[in-house]
Design a protein around this ligand. Structure first.
Ligand SMILES: Cc1cc2nc3c(=O)[nH]c(=O)nc-3n(C[C@H](O)[C@H](O)[C@H](O)COP(=O)(O)OP(=O)(O)OC[C@H]3O[C@@H](n4cnc5c(N)ncnc54)[C@H](O)[C@@H]3O)c2cc1C
Length: 428
């Protein structure tokens, strides 16, 4: 990692005040050491601190520096691949367990926000917007599938009904998830960090984990200190250096997604785009996602750079997408543009497991991670406390390396994505 602080994003500009936390400069011992202060690490740390464990979080840069402080802020239920893929990938029993957890992540967020009074502009309601009849059929199937797992919060919308939520003529219909929604993502991470600290937890910033001794009590080495722990959790996701745990890097690929934010819009213009202030993601393979901020800016994301290479001029990539959806924004100024990395797996299902008896990891939620990472923290915390049934269900999902090895996996995956996005364009 070459960066030392946050990107110049709207979220940083509108973040709640947060302390500069010290870096680790001594040798310490603790029950649990967590690497990474994104949602996965913070959620794990908070659950364990609530259960009375001594927990130390090591963060290479700042709390929420990674995807958790840069994302679209969309609370999307279930997983990056839906429950039918889960059912085809593992045993019936494990699939049932994973399905039963598919809506828990968003409940965890709401519970955290309420219990710790986290000021992160939580707003309920998310829309999936469809361009084609095929995508509408898929949404109908998704509704039936989620209902099978007890979720009754979905409502299909025809073109006319969708207009109540999205002021764009691009879509033929969509689906409303009443328990979807959106948050200010960095403020959620900062609020969870201070909740964890209020329970006695410690976070060291500017403290990259450089090396791990996989001894019975693992030792994590940082530039000026060491942590010896009974349990270690690796939660560095797309920002984890490949050398720290090479077996995790082998089955995943960092990818970038880009986001722009307009200047504040007039109340009338903002209302004409998203009359109910819901967030929207479209149904394409390479999808666009957008929503309003609390101060009425449009936050619009899309685009994927495979291998997390520098995307170049972000405004030039994302603004045309925004104008395709909302041509009425042609004269509106863009105030912020940034990129962030998420971790893709070949199956697009998340990876959870152990490297040794007491070194755990969770990573790779492949683009839909705001809710899942909160659930991942809970199941990691359960496993550390000796209740591994739900952890084992996720750990049973099979994962494979990307074809092409280290050098060819990026172009091959980009080619695969191009194929799917062409299918979207021709409605196939
Ligand atoms: C631009 C963008 C938009 C997105 N939009 C959405 C959305 O709207 N809805 C949704 O559901 N999902 C979205 N996602 C995905 C979601 O943000 C991620 O899945 C989720 O935030 C991942 O959380 P995490 O804690 O696993 O990883 P991260 O948030 O990336 O955190 C990992 C942390 O580990 C730290 N770290 C790494 N290596 C080390 C080390 N060696 N030592 C110490 N610390 C280390 C990093 O600095 C970082 O802070 C988006 C992702 C991106 C990039």
């Amino acid at each position: 990692m070459t960066e030392t602080t946050y990107p110049n994003s709207y979220y940083v500009a509108s973040a709640q005040p947060a302390p500069n936390r010290p870096s680790l400069s001594e040798h310490i011992e603790t029950d649990v050491c967590v690497i990474g202060a994104g949602y996965t690490g913070l959620s794990t740390a908070l659950f364990l601190a609530e259960a009375g464990y001594r927990v130390v979080v090591l963060e290479a840069i700042k709390v929420g520096f990674g995807a958790s402080g840069r994302n679209g802020g969309q609370i999307v239920n279930s997983y990056s691949r839906d429950l039918d893929t889960v059912e085809q990938s593992t045993t019936t029993q494990a699939a049932q367990l994973i399905g039963a957890m598919a809506f828990e992540g968003s409940q965890i967020i709401r519970e955290r926000v309420s219990r710790y009074q986290i000021d992160c502009n939580l707003h309920n309601g998310g829309i999936f917007a469809a361009f084609t009849p095929k995508q509408m059929r898929h949404l109908a199937q998704q509704k039936t599938l989620w209902q099978r797992y007890g979720y009754q919060q979905l409502e299909l919308l025809d073109h006319q009904e969708l207009q109540k939520y999205v002021g764009s003529t691009r879509y033929i219909g969509g689906m409303l998830d009443h328990m979807g929604g959106h948050i200010h993502p960095l403020n959620l991470a900062l609020g969870e960090a201070s909740a964890f600290e209020s329970l006695g937890g410690t976070i060291y910033e500017q403290t990259p984990a450089l090396r791990i001794d996989r001894t019975p009590q693992p030792i994590v080495y940082t530039p000026q200190g060491q942590v010896r722990c009974k349990f270690l959790v690796i939660a560095g996701n797309a920002y984890l250096d490949t050398g720290l745990a090479p077996e995790l890097a082998a089955k995943s690929m960092p990818c970038g997604s880009q986001v722009i934010t307009t200047e504040p819009l007039s109340p009338e213009l903002a209302r004409s785009l998203l009359p109910q202030n819901h967030c929207v993601e479209d149904c394409n393979y390479l999808l666009d996602y957008y929503r309003l901020s609390a101060d009425r800016r449009l936050i619009y994301g899309g685009g994927v750079t495979y291998g997390a290479r520098d995307p170049g001029d972000i405004q030039n990539i994302i603004r045309p997408k925004m104008l395709k959806t909302f041509p009425q924004l042609a004269q509106v100024k863009i105030d912020y543009a940034w990129t962030g990395n998420f971790l893709l797996t070949l199956s697009r299902l998340p990876q959870v497991g152990r490297l040794t008896d007491n070194i755990y990891y969770a990573q790779g939620c492949s683009g839909h991670g705001v809710t899942y990472t909160h659930l991942a923290g809970k199941i990691l915390a359960e496993a550390i406390q000796g209740q591994a049934e739900r952890f084992d269900a996720f750990a049973s999902l099979p994962h494979y390396p990307f074809p092409g090895g280290h050098y060819l996996r990026t172009p091959l995956t980009a080619l695969g994505a191009l194929y799917y996005s062409l299918r979207d364009r021709i409605g196939f």
